[in-house]
Design a binder for this molecule. Structure first.
Ligand SMILES: [Zn+2]
Length: 566
């Protein structure tokens, strides 16, 4: 096994202006201000060009990259990139409207934490399809390049491309990933690893640890996915080999690799700040949906975000560094894949809560930009449904139907499959379906005989049950789904920064953009050099990104939808 040394930062962190006198500093400030104005003018011109190119049906838009950040050199800057996976515009309407119901806002006038910072929309297609998957979607954000579905930070030819996280590390910034999926899943992987297919999660874990040409690039990683860090001699491992990454991680500077009790203990000992680098892996696979989460077993997305922001800020302030943090509401997507409006909405509300926390951080921390967008829409989800083509549809919205449910359809499906396996007989099964699955689980008290009959059939397969349950509650709430996969619609783009002087910085995000332009924007704001990372990666002679461990065994018991692209 070849180990690669961590690469020393290429740029010094010190502010070179410290050695200048007052007049020189003033001159430099003036020059910086005119540089900012020049950069902004260039941005506007390039945005105009982007519109022309878009109208000419160009797939790849080249806008706004003029090397160099709009901020003074030597000042620390932070970018918080938030990804609401599989969250389309209808899901935002849905989350907001459900919140109105929960807060007795009968007129429905209050705005969510996202509505207040809407700046535009993102077009989501990948290099090979109008409908992207999360791997190509995240690669557009991380490498600012379109690639094929399933690509993890590699270009359409399968060649590794430098990511904004790696380029931030090259500038000696701190880096973090906070997700509710496995940390090896497509979105976090595309910022911190390079493989030709998203299913190579065993290899992704190895690279995230630091065993690849650039060495360790991530300082903080919180989420699920412990199974890919455990050797295949351990129960619950997803690795095809015997590598124990938890043990090996100390060779790559990781000070702490933690399960939830260890994480809580370390926070308690350190005034709620994690000493870095630290990795918290709170579930063998994806973390539980928010509606199913046991508070004493797993942290929520907003809790992890709190800890990440505090920990990165503490260390960044000490060392005059900025940070790049990617936060993903990963399972918004999975709720929609399951056509489960209950899991979906509780993931959305937790994402809104997380956005609120990040906005408060941004308000208190100048020179920080937060961007929130989705890689794609999932489910073809909408508000409004016509069950019978011969009857004009009722224009209804029944949030109380959703509010009565207590459990995700993922858990209920697993419970029902387990029950069927026990062969308790038809009558007992029908009672279980009526009382536990539909009644207690989904809050449905008017189940039809057809519904009881379908669900009591021991031959029913998991995906059919999952979809049936999701549609049973969606129909009653008047919600519609067109697919258990993704769709190609544009998604909303949100952004915020603190200081008035910085707000025009966000002009580069206003309007309708290709998803790659979000990666370009981050690069521009932080003054990153993605090409130099791509070049460093290309210098390594081996084809380390093409995998020894392709298509590793996945834990199919936890999530029922592992097989297809998320
Ligand atoms: Zn998905």
């Amino acid at each position: 096994m070849v180990r690669h040394e961590s690469t020393a930062p290429l740029l010094a962190n010190e502010d070179p202006r410290d050695s200048f006198d007052e007049d020189e500093r003033e001159l430099l400030k003036q020059e910086e201000r005119s540089q900012i104005r020049r950069d902004r003018r260039r941005m506007c011109l390039c945005l105009g060009l982007a519109a022309v190119l878009a109208s000419a049906a160009a797939i790849t838009t080249t806008y706004l990259i003029t090397r160099g950040s709009p901020l003074a050199a030597g000042r620390s800057r932070n970018v918080i990139m938030m990804v609401s996976d599989g969250f389309g515009p209808a899901s935002q309407t849905y989350g907001r409207s459900f919140w109105h119901f929960k807060t007795n806002d009968t007129e429905g006038v209050s705005l969510s934490s996202l509505d207040k910072i809407l700046v535009g929309a993102s077009r989501t297609r990948s290099s090979d399809s109008l409908v992207t998957d999360s791997a190509a979607g995240a690669t557009a954000f991380s490498c600012a390049k379109k690639s094929y579905n399933a690509a993890i930070a590699v270009d359409p030819n399968g060649i590794p491309c430098g990511t904004v996280l790696e380029a931030a590390k090259q500038l000696n910034m701190l880096t973090g990933l906070v997700v509710t999926s496995r940390v090896t899943h497509a979105t976090p992987a595309a910022f911190s690893a390079h493989v030709v297919h998203r299913d190579m999660e065993a290899d992704i874990a190895v690279q995230q640890m630091g065993d690849y040409p650039l060495g360790r690039q991530v300082d903080l990683m919180l989420g699920g996915g412990r199974c890919f860090f455990l050797p295949n001699t351990t129960e619950g491992s997803c690795r095809p080999d015997g590598r124990d990454l938890i043990k090996e991680s100390s060779d790559y500077e990781w000070k702490h690799v933690l399960d939830y009790p260890q994480y809580q203990e370390l926070l308690k000992q350190n005034k709620q700040i994690l000493p870095l680098p630290a990795m918290g892996l709170f579930h063998p696979s994806h973390m539980n949906f928010e509606i199913d989460r046991k508070k004493d077993k797993e942290p929520s997305l907003s809790e992890m975000t709190d800890v990440a922001l505090r920990s990165l800020k503490a260390r960044a302030t000490d060392e005059n560094q900025g940070f790049f943090l990617m936060i993903e509401g990963s399972r918004i997507d999975m709720g929609a894949h399951n056509n489960d409006p209950v899991a979906h909405v509780h993931e959305i509300l937790e994402y809104h809560k997380t956005i609120q926390k990040v906005r408060e951080f941004v308000a208190d921390n100048p020179d920080t930009v937060m961007i929130s967008t989705s890689d794609h829409e999932t489910g073809g989800f909408t508000l409004g449904l016509q069950p019978d083509p011969n009857t004009y549809p009722d224009y209804l919205w029944r949030p109380e139907v959703i509010d009565r449910a207590t459990t995700s359809t993922e858990i209920l499906t697993a419970d029902l499959i387990t029950y069927h396996a026990q062969n308790r007989g038809l009558s007992a099964t029908q009672k279980f379906v009526r009382k536990e699955i539909l009644g207690q689980g989904l809050g449905i008290s008017d189940a039809t005989e057809e519904e009881i009959s379908f669900l009591s059939n021991p031959d029913a397969i998991a995906n059919d049950i999952l979809r049936f349950l999701g549609h049973a509650i969606s129909r009653r709430a008047n919600l519609g789904w067109t697919t258990m996969g993704h769709t190609g619609v544009d998604v909303n783009l949100y952004a915020e920064t603190a200081k008035e002087v910085d707000r025009s910085v966000l002009d580069g995000l206003r309007g309708n953009h290709e998803n790659t332009e979000i990666g370009e924007f981050i690069s521009w704001y932080l003054g990153l050099d993605l090409e130099s990372i791509t070049s460093r990666l290309s210098k390594s002679s081996t084809e380390w990104f093409k995998s020894k461990n392709a298509f590793s065994a996945l834990d199919h018991t936890h999530s029922l939808h592992e097989e297809t692209g998320h």
